[in-house]
Design a protein around this ligand. Structure first.
Ligand code: GLC
Length: 841
């Protein structure tokens, strides 16, 4: 009885007959269609390729013609090798939405051919072929093993597989969004974007899959992009602990292997293959408030008023499906939002950027102009017999745009204009696995639905499904750009495939208000960053269920240093605004929000690094020390950019925690307390504290607290310098628009260190044309052992400086060299009592 009551309480049942009738129709229709169109799984064993019969040299590589199939080995760059295997050995590369890299000229390779083996070598990597079995081994030029076939390539009907060694101790990361912790080794993961209701630790697959794996060993990092978007999986040692296997239901086995000395080199190679994230507008790094259920103009006005009156910084307010007219995409409800453009304009005037949800399902309603337009312009997905796909989502029976058709993308982009012109500043792409509201039935479209695939038709199962979300986000991105060519689009998506970073950010879908999900937020965001899509984060506070005040406070603290910071919750749940949990949590939320806004220049710099070379915005601790295996599994702490380490409290009731600090000296960011790294330290973390540390020698740029980005002209840049030897960077530009692409941007490089004569020096070099608006720089150097004798800037005396408890502070104009000159030797560590020894375990 209870189960029935629970099922009936689910949102889809609340929607009643408008959903249940189309769901029934859909199911009945599928029963008939499945008989006609569903293909059967092939029988029999997988077949290996057998002996290599002939070798055909090509510019940059070779074709191997074996007994049962053909393999192409091709150097895309000296470090990146593409390997393709198929029965037919088609010369043309399969059309890919993931890879955008264009080779300028063939890579120079050499060949060593003998009856048993063939070695194809670039200056960086050697690929050795064992001809008897057509097995491949890849080594770096210095002999390190990158990959070694076990069973190698195998084929069965349309299915393809590739198996290679998984060496002992190797850690595995990436794969997009996974609910299984940081190191993914030991399990099989599916590639099939799925809307799971109430996922939890271990659930798989989730909404977004990226078939990119990063393997890490102390002396090697490598990446594999399995560029096959069909339904498949990767087994990372579940079936055989010493083997990894990629599998796809159809298409070619097409993979790119990239080798590097460290994770940075691998991510740089992966993002040059699949593209970089464009710079988001700075406001998108601010705070976003959302819930399913803000459903009237008055609600938004009150919300906006509350944020500003309570001095809780906030940049974005979200319009979930309630704003639509009967869930029809690109419409709004004229009763509840009679003056939408005026409302959005008023919100903008108060510094809020409105973000609207859009869903791909188009209601089949003969009075709905967008549906009629879509019919007329023939934009919807079809079955193989040419009838349009119709399935149930929020509005009832829907058709689905085929975003893999340029014509459909242009149609969608055109309609995006309506929301842009109304005043929406960002668009949130949901339900694009695509997901259905089909109680008890199929959760997505049938395998045999046909997708245009930019004129290389493919079925739903063989690519249409897994790329659907990415291509919807792409159409939205292109639409926003078309209608506001001078602004950077802010697009968010739930589902995606490799390369989606070129168009969109993401979030981790419908999580739950539990401590388990608080912790999962970290590993999910980290693995997304290691999959090339770093702009991501969870529903802070949790989507399903209701967080306790303590959980909400801890989640605000964590999210304040994640790339994407949004509060969101399900319809009907208790209030989930920063003030909904009493005064103490409101104050904690305020300080989390203020921290976020102060750190914006540091975060924005980390975003700019991701744009430039694929380094994730937040990074696992092993990024600092890839040789230190003790850091491979750390998923309760992470780096924010190059310099900050966050170790949020993830346990109920805890007021202190242990932190495993990488080697070196660290400072507590707020108190300036010094800590020795290279082991565990115990830090105090009362409910109102986020343990945050800065690397010694780092320069952390800060902005003043603001209620929203652009609230006031930036008059002063604050540099918080943590004494020690190090290098840091700062990226600056207008924060909006595209002038940065024409050089209107600036990188600052800071070098800090103690010189033997008794001084501490900060060197500041800039490159780039951008002129920031501030003329004042406030420098605070933390960790100076004794009162200095003087402070010099670019050879002259600093106008005024202060010294207080190990902190030297001065305000000046931008400088090239600042010298803090001691009365005697000046070091950070003369007062040993301030350096906390780690508690090694
Ligand atoms: C989906 C989304 C969720 C949204 C809801 C209603 O469940 O994941 O974030 O609130 O749909 O649109």
């Amino acid at each position: 009885m209870n189960t029935i009551r629970k099922i009936l309480a689910r949102p889809e049942f609340q929607l009643g007959l408008p959903i249940l009738i189309p769901a029934l129709r859909y199911r009945l229709g599928n029963l008939l269609r499945n008989r006609r169109f569903k293909s059967r799984s092939p029988h029999g064993e997988f077949q290996a390729l057998g002996r290599v019969l002939t070798v055909e040299r090509q510019p940059g590589g070779v074709w191997l013609h074996a007994q049962q199939g053909h393999v192409e080995i091709h150097f895309v760059t000296p470090d990146v090798v593409r390997m393709r295997a198929s029965r037919e050995g088609t010369a043309d590369l399969p059309f890919s939405y993931a890879v955008t890299f264009a080779e300028a000229a063939p890579v120079a390779v050499t060949y060593e051919d003998s009856p048993q083996t063939l070695v194809v070598r670039s200056e960086r990597v050697a690929c050795e072929v064992d001809k008897a079995a057509c097995h491949l081994t890849l080594r770096a030029a210095d002999g390190r093993l990158i990959a070694q076939d076990t069973a190698g390539f195998r084929l069965r009907g349309e299915q393809v597989m590739w198996s290679s060694r998984l060496p002992d101790g190797e850690a595995c990361y990436g794969l997009g969004e996974r609910g299984s912790g940081l190191n993914l080794r030991g399990r099989r993961y599916a590639f099939w974007n799925s809307d799971l209701v109430k996922y939890r630790l271990g659930s798989d697959p989730l909404y977004l899959s990226i078939p990119f794996l990063m393997g890490l060993q102390p002396d090697l990092a490598y990446g594999v992009l399995w560029d096959n978007p069909s339904r498949g999986w990767v087994d990372l040692g579940e079936a055989d602990p010493g083997e990894k296997t990629f599998f796809a239901e159809s298409g070619e086995a097409c993979l790119y292997l990239m080798a590097g000395h460290d994770p940075q080199a691998v991510l740089a190679a992966y993002t040059s293959l699949t593209g970089h994230m464009p710079l988001p507008p700075v406001w998108a790094l601010g705070f976003h408030q959302s819930r399913w259920g803000y459903d009237t103009e008055a609600t938004f006005r009150t919300l906006a008023h509350q944020f500003r009156q309570r001095r809780l910084p906030c940049d974005a307010l979200y319009f979930d499906i309630d704003y639509m007219d009967g869930y029809r995409v690109f419409t709004w409800n004229r009763e509840r939002f009679p003056q939408m453009p005026a409302l959005l304009n008023d919100l903008c005037t108060q510094g809020f950027k409105p973000v609207a949800i859009i869903d791909p399902g188009i209601k089949t309603d003969s009075k709905f102009d967008i549906y009629l337009d879509g019919l007329q312009r023939d934009v919807f997905l079809k079955y193989p017999d040419g009838t349009r796909v119709a399935a149930p989502v929020w509005p009832g029976r829907c058709h689905f745009p085929d975003f893999s058709r340029p014509h459909t993308r242009a149609w969608w982009a055109e309609h995006v204009g309506k929301l842009v012109q109304a005043g929406f500043a960002g668009l949130w792409n949901d339900m694009n696995e695509p997901a259905l509201i089909n109680p008890g039935g199929e959760k997505s479209l049938p395998d045999y639905v046909v997708h245009d695939w930019d004129e290389h038709p493919r079925s739903h199962v063989s690519g249409g499904h897994n790329t659907y979300g990415m291509l919807m986000a792409r159409s939205t991105y292109e639409g926003m750009l078309q209608h506001r060519p001078d602004r950077r689009p802010f697009v968010m998506t739930r589902a995606a495939y490799a390369g989606a970073q070129r168009y969109t950010s993401s979030w981790t879908g419908d999580n739950s208000a539990t401590w388990e999900h608080l912790r999962l937020s970290i590993s999910m965001a980290l693995n997304m960053g290691l999959s090339g899509l770093p702009f991501t984060g969870p529903d802070t506070g949790g989507f399903h269920g209701e967080p306790s005040a303590e959980l909400f406070a801890r989640w605000m603290e964590l999210s304040s240093v994640l790339p994407y910071f949004r509060v969101h919750t399900i319809a009907g749940s208790a209030d989930q605004e920063p003030w909904s949990f009493g005064e103490q949590v409101e104050a904690i939320s305020r300080s989390a929000l203020e921290r976020r806004y102060r750190l914006l220049p540091a975060l924005y710099t980390a975003f700019a690094q991701a744009v430039r070379n694929g380094a994730p915005v937040i990074r696992p601790l092993f990024w600092m020390e890839p040789r230190n295996k003790a850091l491979y599994g750390v998923d309760d702490a992470f780096m924010v950019g190059d310099t900050l380490l966050a170790a949020p409290v993830l346990e109920e009731g805890a007021t202190q925690r242990e932190v495993l600090l990488p080697a070196g000296t660290w400072y507590a960011f707020e108190s300036g307390e010094m800590l020795r790294g290279g082991g565990r330290v115990t830090v105090q973390a009362p409910l109102d504290a986020l343990p945050l540390f800065a690397r010694a020698g780092s320069v952390i740029p800060l902005w003043p607290v603001m209620q929203y980005v652009g609230e006031q002209p930036l008059e002063e840049l604050h540099l918080r310098v943590f004494a020690g030897t190090g290098e840091s960077v700062l990226y600056e530009d207008a924060g909006e628009g595209f002038a940065y692409r024409d050089g209107d941007a600036r990188w600052s490089a800071f070098t800090t260190g103690f010189l033997p004569g008794g001084e501490f020096v900060i060197d500041w070099h800039t490159s780039g044309a951008y002129q920031p608006p501030y003329e004042r720089v406030r420098v605070e150097v933390v960790g100076i052992s004794g009162e200095p004798e003087r402070v010099e800037l670019d050879g002259g005396m600093a106008p005024v400086w202060y010294f207080n408890e190990g902190v030297v502070e001065f305000v000046a104009g931008p400088f090239e060299r600042a010298r803090i000159i001691g009365r005697g030797a000046l070091t950070p560590f003369t007062d040993e009592t301030r350096l906390h020894p780690p508690h090694f375990k």
